[in-house]
Design a protein around this ligand. Structure first.
Ligand code: CMP
Length: 150
């Protein structure tokens, strides 16, 4: 089992896409183990996007991510990190395939609706950053019909 971090970015919130995006992950069979609406402060965003700090778009990325509330989610499942990245699609919504979240709702490389952890180490550090209080484990009855017990 893996757990991964997903953010519905300020454009996704302002465009009324929170429910649609959460529904995609629920329908896939991923287990929601954390979710909150929050206004990230600059320090949190600088840490989250530290890997991009030398990029020319870093300033505009922080401005965009500070422009409104975001929804932070923790999603668990077998291979959840890769499964979620596949559902999200590539960075540029204009190039992302239909059927992916960015492909269905996005037209931009920067205003791309959603963030998802890109690997196991990133997921661990991003979950610690956005959910320092931890996530919530519980039995989800439907999972018995999502995975083959054999
Ligand atoms: P995300 O998956 O959150 O990771 C880094 C973010 O930087 C990315 O989504 C985009 O929102 C943004 N980004 C990536 N490349 C560019 C770019 N070339 N110009 C502007 N923003 C970008």
């Amino acid at each position: 089992m893996e757990t991964t971090l997903v953010l519905v970015k300020p454009d996704g919130v302002q465009r009324g896409r929170i429910g649609t995006i959460v529904a995609r992950f629920e329908a896939k069979g991923l287990k929601l183990v954390g979710m909150k609406l929050m206004r990230p402060d600059r320090k949190l965003l600088e840490t989250h996007y530290a890997v991009h700090s030398a990029r020319p778009f870093f300033g505009s990325l922080l401005k965009f991510m500070s422009a409104g509330p975001v929804v932070a989610m923790a999603l668990a499942g077998e291979g959840a990190i890769g499964v979620v990245r596949t559902l999200v699609g590539p960075t540029n919504g204009a190039e992302a395939a239909p059927g992916t979240i960015r492909g269905d709702y996005g037209m931009s490389k920067s205003f791309n609706l959603i963030h998802a952890s890109d690997g196991a180490e990133t997921a661990t550090s991003e979950l610690a950053l956005w959910f320092p209080e931890g996530t919530l484990d519980y039995d989800l009855a439907s999972l018995g019909w999502v995975y083959d017990p054999e």
